[in-house]
Write a protein that binds this ligand. Sequence first.
Ligand code: GDG
Length: 735
Amino acid sequence: MVSNRLPFTAERRPPPEGVRFRRSPGGLVAALEPALAQRGGVWVGWTGAAREDGDAVAGAPPPPAEHVQYRAVPLTAHEIALYYAGFANRTIWPLFHYFVGQTQIDSATWRAYERVNERFAQVAAEASDDEALVWVHDYQLLRVPHHLRRLAPRRRIAFFLHIPFPAADVLRVLPWSRDLIQGMLAADLVGVHIPSYADHVLTCAERLLGCEVDRAAGLVRFEGREVSVEAHPISIDVAEVERLAERVTPGAVDAAAAPDAPVAEILGVDRLDYTKGIHERLLAVERLLERHPGLRRRITFTQVMVPSRERVAEYGELKREIDETVGRINGRFSERGWSPIRYLVRSLPPAELVALYRQADVALVTPLRDGMNLVAKEYVAAQLDDDGVLILSEMAGAADELQEALLVNPFDVDEVADALHRALQMPRDERRARMSALRHRVRANDVRAWVDRFLDASERAGLRARSTVASPADALQRMLAPWLARRATVALFLDYDGTLTPIAARPEDAQLSDAARQTLDQAARTPNLDIVIVSGRALADVQQRVGVPGLTYVGNHGFEIEGPGISFRHPELERWRAALEAAASELEALAASGATIERKGASVAVHVRTVPEGERRRLERQAEAVLRRRRLRVTPGKGLVEGRPPVPWDKGHAVLHVLVHRHGADWPSRVSAVYIGDDRTDEDAFRSLEGIGRSIRVGPSPGGASYADYRLPDPEAVLVLLRWFASGAFAGAKS
Ligand code: GDG
């Protein structure tokens, strides 16, 4: 189990006591721990105390069951500020709850989030083996599946998100939206509360990552794996709520039947949070009292508010605002012996909370947006007499299941006030009909049943992911086909090293396989297919290595181009020839340390892949210094440093030059341009084609960032895709 917090809370006490821990109450912990104990397992999480506050791990309470261990992920106060109070609670939390204007965009907090998620993944990887199932929880850890998959490719991973997953147009506000979806999709199963969140995950995977999606089956094909996306509505510990409710004498007052009855109880229970709609709810109570003066002295609204996220500044401001509104409304309506609002700002013991549930005639659960909302379900479970009315926000995930509640739009103060009035007038028969239906449903999906179902689904998803090794090239074909079918011609640009051939330690060893050459040969004769080989190598070198006539060749990162009807040399080359020669001669001195110097005419490269690792950085620095002195442009590559003329010309310019020269300036309406490459220098071409062509990055990119639309794992997969192009099958889809 991996969650932001271990299942206990840390309290800082004055010395000598220091940090003290208390077990967290709550249904989720109560359900997860027995599941862990039964299978044997480790719970990985943060203790809640900063590393500077002492050895939190040592002071942690022992696990309550045999076969359960706690493993703490240490965080410094600075990391807590950036990762937890920052990215998790000031960026993801507001955005995923549709508070776009309140979403902070700050790359420093993002970097900390990434770092901390990686650390969680490391601890989880160490605490598990390939037989284990790793269950990762919630929005603080969206990147953990990604890092865990990298560290332990065969782990079974399931992820559950406890908050809403937003629509694609909202998610894309975040500069790191793609990273977050990729992070989750590294799991075998992504679980959310309700079908609409699952739909949003599928749409985001499709639109933001270009994944192939099977909506009917709830599957995303991502990096050669099939990921299940499923709705699993969470629930509560029904038996525990019922047990506590039985000890309470019900205080239900039938306000409708006895118009002079002294008091009807309305209840609200929330963590202090702007998503919970507490302020709007108070305004609805005020509106009720304004409109129905007869209800004054006869109703009391109790709001329990548990302080939370005190490290996040917005929560302090919100608290002040709610305090003021409570004071204003009480000031306006209170009379001797009666105040409309009872305001409890603290966490109550579970028995007291359930007593409030049982005694409330009406529960007012009106979040502006909520993943599920457990308070609604707890209130229902506590109504042992099937009495009581639940007013529930349509914006809570719980509204999907709890349709017999009075559903309201929490932003509409009038509507909520009307619903309150209706609840207070509701005939007993209607109350019982509604509440018994609700209670029936909540009892049928207890949190233990939820855990079992989620674990079963994880097993199934893990098995499927292991048995279907979907070919990534096949998936890509299916995605490209409809786009290719819209234009008559395909221009396919292929990088050489790392794309058509695996990267070799010495550049001279990177030979094209016979299979690849035969496929290129066939492709050269395929109608409506224009193949262009693009390389950083000298033009003559790449022409000789591929050796297929009829293709277009781009050498020296675009400075030289040759093919049917085209012969181009960049006009600036002559001017820089002398500087390149001089630099190359000077660089020969590095050969003594094992580097290879490659003179490519329009550029010069120093290869250090053959140099012992400890020496490489020093040689690279020396090479860079020489090139800079000659005023050449220095570009790092995979195991090499290159110098080129300092003119704004790269693979991207060359690709556009070929397209315009061959097909005219308005080529995008007639030609589908596809670029496949693996290197940093290919990113220039990806960027040039953004939106007007399609690009595919081969292998991983450092830090995961790329301008490419799609990915393929290796040159083998490129060859599979190339065969499909060469067969002409891409034209088959044309209508
Ligand atoms: C997140 C999602 C999703 C409240 N006051 C007291 C107290 N509570 C307990 C309630 C309930 C829990 O806190 C609150 O759960 P919610 O579901 O309402 O909301 P979040 O904390 O925002 O939880 C949410 C949930 O994750 C699970 O997936 O439903 O949508 O936002 O259990 O009873 N407990 C005690 N004293 C209090 O005063 N003991």
